[in-house]
Design a protein around this ligand. Sequence first.
Ligand code: PXG
Length: 290
Amino acid sequence: MSQKIFLDGTFVPREDAKVSVFDHGLLYGDGVFEGIRVYDGVVFKLEEHLERLYASAKTIMLEIPYSRDEMREIVRQSCRENGLESAYIRLVVSRGPGDLGLDPRKCGRATVVVIADRISLYPPELYENGMSIGTGSTRRSRAEIINPQIKSLNYLNNILAKLEANQHGWGEVLMLSEEGFVAECSADNIFMVRRGVLVTPAPHLGILLGITRATVLDLAREAGYETLETTFTRHELWNADEVFLTGSAAEIVPVVKVDERSVGDGKPGPVTKDLAQRFRAYAPTNGVHI
Ligand code: PXG
């Protein structure tokens, strides 16, 4: 069965899912997106993803031509059309076709794309043995430049950092805030465990407020862990007992090396493993059925 992509109101075969070269999503990165997981027929935290999508769109004054209810149905239908019980969904809303000037007023109607695809999971060894990461020289931008809370199509900042990860052979790249505090990674949030306390950078540091991040904080509090959203430097991270990353694609990935320094005993730690297990049990129970 050929893959069906939702594009501007209809489901089209993958080969026909094409957008205009005049689309400002392509010309200027003018648009917003979401990456969502489907576990056993349940779209994980779909309401939260829709909330973030519409919030990002509101900030960039992009009108999504569907109501939230309609968008929920489009996502569910995308899974059904493709017969996928477990999937990775990419929702993209761009400013739409305009002229070659950057003025968004020239774009008539937003382009809406929903791709439901098979998930390409990270290799299982990564979850067993952990990942090495390092700090990139590319910093997260502060809110007055491009607010990292907007999940926009303008990911060049993150891609520049990812290039550094590739050059060094790191699995992910740590990005600091403009002031040099630990912020997040190119497509994942970061956590550390210090003396039993679960610590993650506070929202004001200029991070994407990850849905996996929020879920992990909730699950940790429920399990009785003390949690803290705060400001910290790499010194704290290098001396943490455990470090892990969270993201829709990655879920929870243990980090065993940061900037050539072993984290704890150099193996995935007990809190990371406990939270990963809790997350795996929780994910298929929390969302919208397809
Ligand atoms: N920070 C950034 C900068 C991100 O792009 C996250 C954190 C994690 O957020 P969620 O809501 O997913 O827990 C992201 C995630 C992918 C992929 O396929 C992920 C993202 C963007 C592009 C690709 O891994 N965003």
